[in-house]
Write a protein that binds this ligand. Structure first.
Ligand code: FPP
Length: 249
């Protein structure tokens, strides 16, 4: 997108109604590569460039939290060479980008069952969590070995253990208690979900947290997704009327 077009688009984005938290399912990397006769991993590599561009745009317009679905609990079913490559990406990204992330004052967070990640991936993630924990800017939250149902099951298990130990009364369990036991902890629920690649589903992503999230779908494949599409998604979001089950004010 030309600088001029971007400036024009930016003028149309209302500064007052920037979503606080935007979640993204980075889908379509495999198809993008296949369309070019390239191996699937070329699509994931191109997807990383998109990730960088969208993070930089989100930071510029003042979004507070971005959650990216990088690896699902179901992605282990893929061929081992692809899983291996996908597991290398967080390491590559976090090491290469650390200086830029620190300059941008970014906080890295991760959600999911991290205990199953390969040792090197886990170390890269833990280092990034540690190195950026005192930053105060944009929060980039990576969902790694993440599944929405597994997250809820985990929360229920922890709550049950507290009840069994007499630390919590069943009558005191409410939506807030359950939310507090999810991986997302202090992260607010997403205001907007962006899913590229033409699939019209949630795919076990942030099931509890997306109760009132605005959904935005596009047929563009993630490696082709750019700032212009992102700003259009934000503008569409700003035109929506969110009622949270209530009525128009
Ligand atoms: C879905 O496309 C994409 C993924 C499973 C992986 C996405 C990950 C990245 C873009 C990089 C992550 C980077 C970091 C730093 C964590 P697909 O393979 O399902 O595409 P297809 O549906 O066209 O086959």
């Amino acid at each position: 997108m030309s600088k001029k077009k971007e400036e024009e688009l930016l003028k149309l984005v209302s500064e007052e109604e920037i979503p606080v938290h935007v979640a993204v399912i980075m889908d379509g990397n495999g198809r993008w590569a296949k369309n070019r006769g390239w191996p699937r991993i070329a699509g994931h590599k191109a997807g990383m460039d998109t990730l960088r561009e969208i993070i930089s745009c989100a930071d510029e317009i003042g979004i507070k939290v971005m959650t990216f679905f990088a690896f699902s609990t179901e992605n282990w079913k893929r061929p081992s060479w692809e899983v291996k490559y996908l597991m290398k990406l967080p390491e590559e990204y976090l090491q290469k980008e650390l200086n830029t992330l620190m300059e941008k004052n970014v906080v890295i967070k991760a959600i999911g069952d991290l205990s199953r990640l390969p040792r090197r991936t886990l170390k890269a993630v833990n280092d990034a969590l540690h190195n950026t924990k005192d930053n105060t800017g944009l929060v980039i939250n990576f969902a790694l070995n993440y599944g929405g149902r597994a997250e809820i099951v985990d929360a229920v298990r922890q709550i049950s253990q507290k009840v069994a130990a007499g630390k919590l009364e069943p009558d005191d369990i409410d939506a807030q208690v359950l939310a507090d036991h999810l991986y997302t902890g202090d992260i607010p629920d997403p205001d907007l979900l962006i899913r590229p690649s033409g699939e019209l589903r949630i795919s076990n992503f942030l099931l509890w947290q997306m109760a009132y999230t605005e959904l935005w779908f596009t047929r563009i494949l993630w490696p082709d997704f750019n700032r212009e599409h992102f700003l259009r998604a934000i503008m569409d979001y700003q035109r929506r009327e969110r009622r949270f089950g209530g009525i128009k004010k």
